[in-house]
Design a protein around this ligand. Sequence first.
Ligand code: AMP
Length: 269
Amino acid sequence: MQRGQAKTVGFVPTMGALHLGHLSLIARSRAECGVTVCSIFVNPTQFNDPADLARYPRTPEKDQDLLEKAGCDALFSPEVSEMYPDNTISNVHLGKVATLLEGAHRPGHFEGVAQIVGKFFTIIQPERAYFGSKDYQQVLVIRSLVEQTRSTVEVVACPIIRESDGLAMSSRNALLSEREREIASLVPQLLTAAASIAPRESIKAAKKMVSEKVNEIPGMKLDYFEVCDPATLEPVTEKNGLGGAIALIAVYVGKIRLIDNRRLRDVAQ
Ligand code: AMP
């Protein structure tokens, strides 16, 4: 019926345990599209760690309530067996961007993401799809998917929504103990400090600072910290053009893996 009325369909794919970051995507879609569809699906093929999948937070009733209050028009929350009736795996070539950073540290992750998002695009047929820049690399991978599959979906990247202490909102934050939650607030501080050191001193100095600081924080372990070209995510090695670069970090706080990023130009020099 909605299609008959030629309304633009906006799509917000999520894994549930919704927070204000997700709701910001719903709000943006509602502002720009006639119909907003949200999916909640904890996609097994994008988890490279079975323990991460097993502990992933699931709050379906609360999510449904939040979506209703946010004015979302439709929720698609399929079973795993519906989305994966057979064992076929995606053979879309996602390009080099999918092999760096998260791609290198979480083998198979982006292939799983692309596989499910591709299926959702086919089923839901949105005109636009909304993604958060917290998963900055994911946005680039989805753009690559769209290009490779000649999809007409417009990929819209939305800003990172943060807690009052700067921690990027994430469903995984709910898994942190009180102490771990305190430690996690240092992640955006590290990024801000590094993004200010890199242009003033060097990327090497920024990396050294991040690695030393993380080593000093009990319970935190660095997975990676890189300063990259925002279009390709290739590491930036020269000071030239650093203004547009992006700093990306992944850390473990206890067992929980957190990611964040910040454009260098967003930090006061
Ligand atoms: P997830 O449920 O974690 O797979 O996230 C679903 C979508 O919400 C993805 O496009 C994420 O990038 C986005 N998202 C998650 N956290 C945030 C945040 N703090 N701010 C903005 N978008 C977010």
